[in-house]
Design a protein around this ligand. Sequence first.
Ligand code: NAD
Length: 321
Amino acid sequence: MFVITEATCQQVVGQQDAFSAVEAVFAAMASGDANNFPVVREAIGYADALYGFKSGFDKAGRVLGVKSGGYWPGNASKGLTNHQSTVFLFDADTGQLDALVGGNYLTAVRTAAASAVSIAHLAREDSEVLGMIGAGHQSAFQLRAAAEQRAFKKVVAWNHHPDMLPALEKVANDVGLPFEAVTQEAVGAQADVIISITSAHQPLLMKDWIKPGTHLACMGTDTKGKQEVDPAILVSAAVFTDEVAQSISIGEAQHAVNAGDLNEDAITPIGAVINKSHQGRRTADDITVFDGTGVGLQDLAVAAVAKRLAIETGLAQVIEL
Ligand code: NAD
């Protein structure tokens, strides 16, 4: 069995590796070759922790496994990240444990890869301004991956905690983009592509503030009750997602669907656009939304890449069970 540590994952898996793996698995999900299994997520009644499993099987890529972990709110005071996870990969032919892979860095790159895939397939080619709503741990990965997809000229950003914005400014400058901290309304008015990546439970962006032609990647809402944007945006937009079942229950679409204003049939898996069975954006003025809820197969896809690259570079540790 192989052990791929967090440090090795960071060393071997780049943004482009994650992009290709996530794009391929979204395509496999849409064509029925890969399936996510029901998610388990429970409050364990200890340390205020949420713990669970996300699993699935990608028949096309022969990747079988589970990501286990969750959220420990007290970790920050121990010098650890609150989100903790580990991926277990199994041999699809025998069921034997094949690899243990650190999941923390991979969660951030696979989430950034998902919004980057949506930008690549749905944003207008002439997009110039990238808007960021959120400036937490994930936002740096999101900005870096998004910056690869279009010839952006600047980043505008808003965050609930303004003191977190200078760290995001450094990331923007690092990828050669000027950065401006602005109001929420100005993010809507200026940005051609907007990524929301917060833990908000209220809309942070209203429909009247955004321009025709905008692409939004709503990435923060991954649980019942969370919300980042005005449901009216989804009602008037072409809505895409990683997985429809999650989009309507734990994703950004839950609110418009619960209000009876958006039908699940109107939500398209992004894999259908990648597979070219759906045209995606129809006109330059369409508002497109990607509701990125985060599926287990994304984790397994990047973990499989980490295993392959670690073996190729001699960084995979081998242990006997
Ligand atoms: P973080 O704790 O590092 O940052 C939280 C962000 O939310 C910050 O920008 C913070 O200012 C903002 N925020 C906190 N309370 C807010 C409020 N009341 N109103 C508006 N903004 C508020 O977290 P992170 O690791 O960057 O994750 C951000 C979000 O993304 C979380 O909700 C997390 O669950 C979600 N997430 C989603 C996926 C996915 O696949 N879709 C993957 C990983 C994380």
